[in-house]
Each structure stands twice: as C-alpha cells, then as structure tokens.
Design a protein. Structure first.
Length: 287
C-alpha cells in the first residue's frame, strides 16, 4: 500500500497557498471599496465529544465581514484518525475494519452585501483511506442571476477542465447540477458550476495528474470570481432586491444543513463547529 503522507503534505501546502491568494484578492476588493476589512484567522484542533484528539490534526478558520463581502469564510484543515463504524461504511475505501483516514482541503463560501453580486462556494480536497482521491469544485449562487456572469463562470471552469480531459466538464457540470439541488423545494441551489469526487490516485503519476487538475480548478476560481465581484459590486439595488437575496439565502441554508455532505463530514469527524457552519449566511428570511 502506498504511504500517502508526503502526498497529503503536498496537497496541504497547495491548499494553504490558495487560501493566502484568495484572501489577499478579497481584501484587495475591500480596499477598492474604501473598506479596511481584513480576514481574522482562528486555529482549531480536532475534537471528539468535546475532548482533543491526540494527533488528530486541525485547521484554521479565516473569516471576513466587510463592505463588499458581508460574510466570507475561507477555511483550511488537515485531519486524520478513524471514522465511526457506521460512517466508515459511507466513505470511499473505508469500512468498519479499516476506518482510518486523512483529509486535507480548502473550503470557501462568500455571501455578498450587494444582491447583484453572486454568492459563491468553492472547495477542493484530498482524502486517503485504503484509497486516495481528490474532490472539489465551485458553484455560483446569485440571488439575481445574470446570464453573462453564469456564462463567464462556466466558461472559465470549462477551460480548466478541457486542459486536462475534454470529458471532465460535461461530466462534472452534470454532477454539480445533480448535487446542488434542493429536493424539498424542487429548485437548484444556484446556477451550477462543477463538482467532482473520487478522482482516484493509483500511484504517484495519478496523484500528480489529479493534483494538477485540482490546482487548475482553484486557479480558475481565483481568476473568475473577483472579476464577477468587481463587475457588480457598485450596482444600485432596491429593498425588493435585498429581500430576494435574503429569501434565497434561506434556501442556501436549508441545503447546507439538510443535504450537504461536507457539513456532515465535518460534524462526523470532530471538526470545528464554527468553521463547519461558516457557510451559513449572516442574515436570511423565510416567508
């Protein structure tokens, strides 16, 4: 069996580098808007039933509340340990007899002050059990959709996909459309993007290829999303526009609390509660 420890370290270094680049880009947008808002960083260690897990790892929650970004969280974590027997049955390459795992990744959610600026979610991750694989993606969640924004967001991710495998974009777009759906509302969470999981690494070459693709996904996000923010952040909006945003945020919260697998994974593996639930909006309404 491959020792994935150095591979996890490489993936972790990239995720932390991407975090630094994204946070700098978002703070730069706040400066442009005349705001001095900056990220605050809170480290945490993995726990089980309120007690620290020895050698369990942890992470850092990055949070900013500003003039443009009403609330944005950019979290990185690297944890290891063993799944509960019940949860192990649901994880690729794990089972009650082999519950060990490592997981490293970055997770980002931005809720914007201006309803014309789309909210967004992005994450990429590397996990090992008896198998090793990458997953991730990004999806756009506009309260007031613009066809141009949707097209540009998808085009940028398609370019990242096509550079690695022409089959990736149609497959991962369809996966996002299927995943980011709220069954009890019979609506999609937003206008989609890409979602992939279980991109398995059979050996060093497979890891290198999948890491390169995952890096391309992160770079695509870093390129396109700030452009969309700058395009819309100074548009005027009405009270009706803001109400539509707050009602839409309620739908977003419902999905993340009821259906999101990342939320469940964090809760089941002793993650930091505030970091796990940073995806929830600062304000929302239900009519």
């Amino acid at each position: 069996m491959t020792d994935w420890t150095p591979h996890t370290a490489r993936a972790r270094a990239w995720f932390e580098s991407l975090r630094d680049q994204i946070c700098a880009a978002f703070e730069s947008i706040e400066r442009e808007a005349g705001s001095d808002a900056r990220f605050t960083y809170t480290p945490w260690n993995r726990e089980h039933e309120g007690e620290p897990v020895e050698n369990g790892g942890g992470g850092v929650q990055g949070l900013m509340k500003g003039k443009v970004f009403e609330k944005v969280g950019v979290n990185v974590s690297t944890v290891q340990g063993a799944f509960s027997p019940e949860f192990a049955r649901t994880i690729n390459g794990a089972d009650p007899d082999n519950p060990g795992f490592t997981a490293t990744g970055i997770s980002l959610v931005a809720h914007m002050a201006n309803p014309h600026v789309p909210a967004v979610h992005m994450n990429t991750r590397f996990l090992t059990t008896r198998k090793a694989w990458f997953g991730g993606g990004g999806d756009l969640n506009p309260p007031l959709p613009y066809d141009q924004d949707t097209a540009d967001f998808h085009a940028r991710f398609q370019a990242a996909c096509d550079a690695h495998d022409p089959a990736y974009y149609p497959r991962f777009k369809a996966w996002a459309d299927d995943y980011f759906y709220i069954p009890h509302r019979k609506v999609h969470r937003g206008v989609g993007g890409i979602f992939y999981d279980h991109l398995e690494c059979a050996d060093d070459a497979g890891f290198d290829a999948n890491l390169a693709f995952t890096q391309a996904v992160g770079e695509a996000f870093l390129d396109i999303y700030p452009r969309l923010v700058r395009r819309r952040m100074n548009q005027d909006f009405t009270a009706a526009d803001e109400l539509q945003m707050l009602e839409w945020r309620g739908r977003y919260a419902e999905f993340n609390l009821v259906h999101d697998r990342g939320t469940l994974f964090g809760l089941k593996t002793g993650g930091n509660i505030d970091a796990i639930l940073m995806s929830l909006p600062p304000r929302a309404v239900w009519s």
